[in-house]
Design a protein around this ligand. Structure first.
Ligand code: C2E
Ligand code: MG
Ligand code: MG
Ligand code: MG
Length: 280
């Protein structure tokens, strides 16, 4: 019996593995044409300035409406896009679309900073700075309203090269923030040489802020560190009044999270901004 069971377990394991692999292949195939088939869409989530109470800008967040899989979360398809390097053309589309949107809002009298996520693969791809420059040029965005979000883990390898790259990006006039800060083991000695203006406190430290003194200490330390390095801070994933109050006390600069708004479609942004008390 034991032998039979072992066989069955093995068979089930294989079936599951096969379906995982075929799902992966199907996802990958779908992702390959997602841009051409216009299945990609950006949603935008506001960041609220603690001092003024107004919306300082939005973060562009990618959505994929797959005909086969429905709405696929970026947590699922971004890693796949990175492994296949599809993130390079997709990321370019994201940047161009977000910049065009910022300009369109500006022309309608809604001035918002636009934050765009850049993957480590994009950062390492040759010609990145030139492509960002071309998109700034082509879309007419004022680069001081463009912010590039790079995860801390994208910055850990070859920090000397990264510093140079970030400096060239900064020369274009845009700003750079470190996303998911506190989760990527970047060296503090490099942090001071990164030409970065904003640290985004990772959601994992915000989640239990009200009940976990360790998380509170970490959040406070990140804000202090940022202040001492002349950087600003964004707390991500803020959902409750309790978390908000603590972050205000700690001196965090901007708040982003469901407490103010979920990421919304472009045509909903002006209404959300109005509800939140206007743009900064
Ligand atoms: P991220 O850049 O750290 O973005 C923040 C994520 O937290 C978003 O998830 C957002 O919807 C979610 N979030 C914001 N506020 C709250 C909250 O109060 N509670 C909770 N539970 N979640 C909140 P999303 O849109 O699913 O994106 C996940 C990740 O996918 C992003 O994390 C980013 O790493 C990646 N991503 C999204 N769009 C792009 C893109 O255009 N390019 C690249 N390279 N990565 C992207
Ligand atoms: Mg981000
Ligand atoms: Mg983040
Ligand atoms: Mg995050």
């Amino acid at each position: 019996h034991a032998k039979e069971e072992g066989k069955n377990t093995f068979r089930f394991y294989l079936e599951e593995l096969n379906s995982t692999i075929s799902t992966r292949i199907a996802l990958e195939q779908g992702l390959r044409y997602a841009k051409e088939r216009q299945e990609l869409e950006l949603h935008y989530q506001p960041k609220v300035c603690v001092a003024s109470g107004k919306v300082s800008g939005v973060e562009a967040l990618l959505r994929w409406h797959s005909p086969d899989f429905g709405l696929v979360s970026p947590i699922r398809f971004i890693p796949l896009a990175e492994q296949t390097r599809l993130i390079i053309p997709i990321g370019e589309w994201v940047l161009r679309t977000a910049c065009l949107q910022q300009v369109q809002w500006r022309e309608q009298g809604l001035l918002l900073n636009m934050a765009v996520n850049l993957s480590a693969i994009q950062l390492k791809s040759p010609g990145l700075v030139e492509r960002v420059a071309a998109i700034i040029d082509e879309t007419g965005i004022q680069p001081e309203h463009l912010e590039l979000e790079l995860t801390e883990s994208a910055l850990v390898n070859n920090p000397d090269e990264v510093v140079q790259l970030l400096e060239r990006l900064r020369t274009l006039g845009c700003s750079i923030s470190i996303d998911d800060f506190g989760t990527g083991y970047s060296s503090l000695s490099y942090l001071k040489s990164f030409p970065v203006t904003i640290l985004k406190i990772d959601r994992s430290f915000v989640r239990d802020l009200a009940h976990n003194s360790g998380d509170r200490a970490i959040a406070r330390s990140v804000v202090d560190l940022a202040n001492n390095l002349d950087m600003k801070t964004v707390a991500e994933g803020v959902e409750s009044e309790e978390q908000l109050t603590i972050l205000q006390q700690i001196g965090c600069t901007y708040i982003q999270g469901f407490i103010y708004s979920r990421p919304v479609q472009a045509d909903q942004v002006s209404a959300v901004v109005r509800r939140l008390g206007g743009a900064a």
